[in-house]
Design a protein around this ligand. Structure first.
Ligand code: 5GP
Ligand code: MN
Length: 311
């Protein structure tokens, strides 16, 4: 499969690299890892993400500024990254071959070629395997992107997807001159005050139920206005809820124009990917999400508890 995917890339000349809407470090890092490599192969490459503005915290990734919000006119291959279902790309169905590079257990295999390995700690680890299997050597800019993606998806090597591959991958990337301390500083020590205020608000609004085993908070549109925080500033809020000693299941509801984006996290027992899939979303065992198109928050929480068999 890895060979076949590379042959497809070699045979194409106008290639789009696209990651999921509301991108995280794995989405952008995986996508940008391939950008300079394909460029150096003489391809016309466009990096696309439909979200604007993009989260600024990833602006240190090489070629971050090249990411565009729209597809170009002429495309002969699309490669998607870290995206479990086609709808999360935010584009219309195209009659163009698609390579789907991902590590979500819930991936719907919407590509013509699906490079999906759910044992991988990040989509970027799948990208690294693609490069290795095809004899492409690592460069520093590429290693920085792959490492950033890996560090973010493993919670800096702390979540339970932190397996041996994560450390083997990290050591290869450091050998290729990725700088772990630099990357950690970029991601962890450049918070805006608005982001910290949104996190403080999350703690203030936190509700604990089921003997404090479940923690949830609802962030309304007004909370973002009040704090000046951006949507992407809420990424850490759900982990903050999970960090409480008693919490096994953390739920964060983020209000959108027509409903809520729901983030789920668990510690060791509950498979939140299963809950998310049954609500029309997806993700991993310990981190998953979905979107609902109504604003009845009590109903959303009740449904989650029922599916988690906690009600
Ligand atoms: P987050 O809660 O940070 O948005 O997402 C956690 C995990 O679940 C990520 O791996 C993300 O890609 C996945 N995820 C979140 N929302 C959705 C969704 O609506 N559909 C699918 N397929 N995956 C989602
Ligand atoms: Mn990922």
């Amino acid at each position: 499969m890895y060979r076949e995917a590379w042959q497809r890339i070699e045979a194409s000349s106008r290639i789009v690299l696209i990651s999921h809407i509301n991108p995280d470090g794995d989405a952008l890092g995986s996508q940008l890892a391939l950008y300079p490599i394909l460029k150096s192969m003489g391809k016309k490459v466009t990096a696309v993400n439909r979200t604007t503005p993009l989260p600024i915290r990833y602006d240190f990734l090489p070629n971050y500024e090249k990411i565009r919000p729209a597809l170009p006119e002429h495309i002969d291959l699309i490669i998607s990254f870290d995206c479990g279902s086609f709808d999360r790309l935010g584009i219309e169905k195209q009659d163009i071959p698609l390579i789907n590079i991902d590590h979500h257990i819930t991936n719907t295999r919407y590509g013509d070629i699906n490079l999906i390995d759910e044992t991988m700690p990040s989509a970027s680890s799948v990208v690294l395997k693609l490069l290795e299997e095809n004899g492409i050597s690592l460069r520093r800019d590429v290693a920085t992107c792959i490492y950033t993606a890996l560090a973010e998806d493993t919670g800096f090597f702390s979540y339970d997807n932190t397996n041996i591959v994560a450390f083997e991958t990290a050591s290869k990337l450091i050998a290729a001159k990725a700088d772990p301390a630099f990357i950690a500083r970029q991601l962890k020590e450049r918070n805006s005050l608005a982001k910290l205020r949104l996190e403080a608000l999350t703690v203030q609004k936190l509700e604990l139920i089921n003997h404090a085993m479940v923690g949830y908070a609802v962030l309304n549109l007004d909370d973002f206005k009040k704090t000046g925080a951006l949507r992407s500033d809420s990424d850490a809020c759900v982990n903050l809820i999970r960090s409480l000693a008693t919490v096994e299941l953390a739920i964060l509801l983020i209000e959108e124009q027509e409903g809520f984006k729901v983030s789920l996290r668990s510690k060791t027992r509950i498979d939140v990917s299963r809950i998310a899939v049954s609500m029309g979303g997806g993700g991993h065992k310990r981190a998953a999400g979905f979107t609902v198109r109504h604003k009845n928050t009590e109903k959303i929480i009740a449904e989650i508890l029922e599916k988690a068999e906690l009600s």
